[in-house]
Design a protein around this ligand. Structure first.
Ligand code: HEC
Ligand code: HEC
Length: 202
């Protein structure tokens, strides 16, 4: 029992130390605006992908079921509502079905059980159904992104265990595009270019 617990914690600790990606920011000003915009286009593809946006939802506090493996787009079944707690405290806690389990629950249509108890992202980080410009404006604004600069955003991605699921979700789900390392590189490049958004030109 104790051994199983220790084994379960080893990968979690390795990730928490940021060992899965290289965080090597380009020098400020060394990335052109054009390259920064191209990096953001890829960031948007990731952020708006179901593996991310299904949890990054708005103030109705309802996770989404969307993407090809779900057939059609709809709110999470079984009337699941995360409440303002974002963890389902007021109704049925997300952890009832989405608590960490070794092996992760790989069967199609089973509840993902990866890394930690699941919860919705903060309302300020709502991405589901939003445009590229909207997500761009949110993600570069420290008031809305948890007070983070590009380096802190990249480090957060490397630390966030859920993200390791999004690129290897199993259960027949489509992984998020690119890779965690490419996404980290894009966030760093976008920051080094000064966080350009396409709408800035207008
Ligand atoms: C299981 C739900 C879940 C999934 C799936 C998920 N996130 Fe999150 N995300 C969260 C939670 C919870 C937080 C707030 C935790 C924190 O800030 O430490 C968060 C915060 C963030 C933040 C911090 C910035 C901000 O605006 O608050 C970024 C960046 C982020 N997620 C990126 C992603 C990306 C990219 C994906 C897909 C590859 C993804 N997330 C998938 C739940 C999720
Ligand atoms: C009664 C069990 C149950 C509860 C409670 C529950 N879920 Fe789920 N959840 C599931 C199942 C089962 C699936 C997978 C359905 C499928 O693949 O067809 C799922 C899928 C998801 C997905 C989609 C993941 C993807 O593939 O992109 C998200 C996001 C999610 N749940 C978040 C939550 C959050 C947040 C809570 C708490 C507010 C919660 N769930 C509560 C059972 C549950």
């Amino acid at each position: 029992m104790r051994l199983a617990l220790v084994m379960a914690l080893i990968p979690a600790l390795a990730w928490a130390e940021g060992e899965t990606t290289v965080i090597d920011p380009p020098a400020a000003g060394s990335v052109s605006r054009e390259a920064g915009l191209a990096a953001f286009d890829r960031i948007y593809e990731v952020a708006s992908h179901p593996r991310c946006s299904n949890c990054h939802v708005g103030a109705d506090n309802r996770p989404m079921w969307s993407g090809p493996s779900y057939g059609r787009t709809r709110p999470h079944g079984m009337n699941v509502n995360a409440g303002v707690s974002r963890v389902g405290e007021e109704y049925v806690p997300c952890s009832t079905c989405h608590a960490y389990r070794e092996g992760g629950n790989n069967a199609p249509h089973a509840a993902p059980q990866v890394a930690m108890n699941w919860q919705l992202a903060p309302v300020e980080a709502a991405w589901f159904g939003r445009t590229s410009d909207e997500i761009c404006a949110q993600l570069r604004d420290p008031e809305l992104n948890g007070g983070r600069d590009a380096l802190a955003l990249a480090q957060h991605l490397d630390h966030d265990l859920i993200l390791h699921w999004a690129w290897t979700p199993g259960g027949g789900r489509e992984p998020a595009p690119y890779s965690l390392q490419e996404h980290v590189n894009d966030v760093l490049a976008w920051g080094a270019a000064g966080f350009p958004c396409a709408m800035d030109e207008e």
